[in-house]
Design a protein around this ligand. Structure first.
Ligand SMILES: *Cc1c(COP(=O)(O)O)cnc(C)c1O
Length: 404
């Protein structure tokens, strides 16, 4: 037995111990330029990589981390991910994932009803989930074009391009939601994509439009998990969609890559995107070939926290975004883009010439920037339940010039 393939408790303890060390002073990549002829051994490799991998990473759970849709992840997902890496199951074939396939089915069965869907499968992100859903739309509903708002994620146009479908974009209103009045009248050959939580602004498209086209797809990559919380009403109408995409590695706190594509009629949708193979016991569903047991980390977190534990953390993130919104509105030097709908606050100094100066003074990872209709904005994203909003507001106040 080659020891490198078995549980090395000491080595793994060492790996965990390194996680709590402070490597903040480490800088620069210290790696051999060429593939080494002789290895240094696993313990030495871990020690040598720790300052780079652990010290060099963006800290998504830090008190001032409030910039992107990437959340910190709970430790139970790290533990299960370690198990997954050691077991290396392949969900493509039941023989190589007897239990993991059932785990994925169970986690999908737990979550799909919140979205008004009856099933689906996991993908490595909503980019692939959107592609899979629009592929099903093309096969099941004979659509020839994809319509989405100007605020839709680039993966929608990308999917249309890959699928050979025409892509049409519809203007947004002052809050960043699709302007329903500008939608074409005839949608009988269209897949209508409604976004729940636009990437730039967090805006939700009008869900009264769901069901009006030959196929309705909801891109709920960001805001989908609100359906497990007291904010579920913000996405009312989603149940009239034919398919939904959710990035579980965003607001469901999962390690990447983890997402869901869900369908109203899963049997039909899956059949439309399945291929058989002589060596496969079951048809290969969707875009992926070999794929891993991502679902087990999600299942473990849901078992640990329950729906309430998820809701509590998302609701806390929403509270943080509301505090920031209130601060922006109260401070005469600042301007709010629109009312934050799903935990994303878009704001800027009223004096445009201060933008870059303020940006430079904000802590790294506290704010991202976006451009809407040619204007630059700061974008604060409430993906981090551990964010300290008072501290964050204090850093903005320091970055702003004195009131005049
Ligand atoms: C992040 C995002 C996507 C893409 O999802 P990935 O998980 O990054 O592939 C699609 N749509 C929206 C609205 C997003 O915010």
């Amino acid at each position: 037995m080659d020891k490198e393939f078995s549980v090395d408790s000491e080595g793994l303890h060492q790996a965990v111990e390194l996680m709590s060390r402070d490597f903040s002073s480490a800088h620069g990549l210290d790696l051999p330029v060429e593939l080494p002829q002789l290895g240094i051994g696993s313990t030495a490799a871990l020690n040598s990589l720790a300052p780079n991998i652990l010290g060099g990473a963006a800290r998504l759970g830090e008190a001032t981390s409030f910039a992107h849709m990437d959340p910190p992840t709970p430790w139970i997902t790290w533990a299960v991910t370690l198990w997954n890496a050691s077991l290396n199951q392949n969900l493509l074939h039941p023989a190589t994932a007897p239990v993991a396939r059932q785990m994925e089915q169970r986690v999908v069965a737990w979550l799909a009803p919140f979205f008004g869907m009856n099933g689906g499968h996991m993908t490595p992100g909503s980019t692939v989930a959107n592609l899979t859903a629009l592929w099903s739309a093309r096969e099941c509903a004979g659509i020839t074009e994809v319509i989405a708002s100007e605020g839709a994620h680039l993966s929608i146009a990308k999917a249309a391009h890959i699928l050979g479908l025409n892509f049409r974009s519809v203007p947004v209103d002052a809050n960043g939601s699709m302007d329903a009045a500008q939608l074409p009248i005839n949608l009988s050959k269209s897949a209508l994509v409604l976004t729940a939580g636009a990437t730039s602004t967090g805006a939700v498209d009008p869900f009264v439009l769901a069901g009006r086209a030959a196929w309705t797809h909801v891109d709920a990559a960001w805001a989908g998990p609100l359906l497990l919380s007291k904010y579920a009403h913000l996405l009312a109408g989603i149940e009239s969609a034919d398919s939904v995409a959710v990035s579980t590695h965003k607001w469901l706190f999962q390690p990447k890559e983890s997402a869901l594509v869900l369908f109203k009629d899963t049997e039909k949708a899956h059949a439309a995107v399945s291929f058989g193979g002589a060596y496969l016991a079951t048809p290969n569903i969707g875009v992926l070939g070999s794929h891993g047991a991502t679902a087990t980390a999600l299942l473990a977190m849901l078992l640990s926290w329950g729906r309430q534990g998820v809701a509590q953390r998302i609701e806390h993130c929403m509270d943080l975004s509301h505090c920031l919104r209130d601060f922006v509105v109260a401070d005469k030097r600042l301007e709010l883009y629109g009312e934050p709908q799903t935990g994303i606050v878009v704001w800027r100094p009223k004096d445009e010439s201060l933008f870059d100066q303020v940006l430079q003074q904000l802590p790294v990872g506290s704010t991202s920037t976006t451009s809407i209709a040619g204007r630059k904005w700061f974008r604060s994203v409430a993906a981090n339940p551990s964010a300290d909003i008072d501290r964050l507001i204090a850093t903005i106040q320091v970055a702003l010039p004195e009131r005049t």
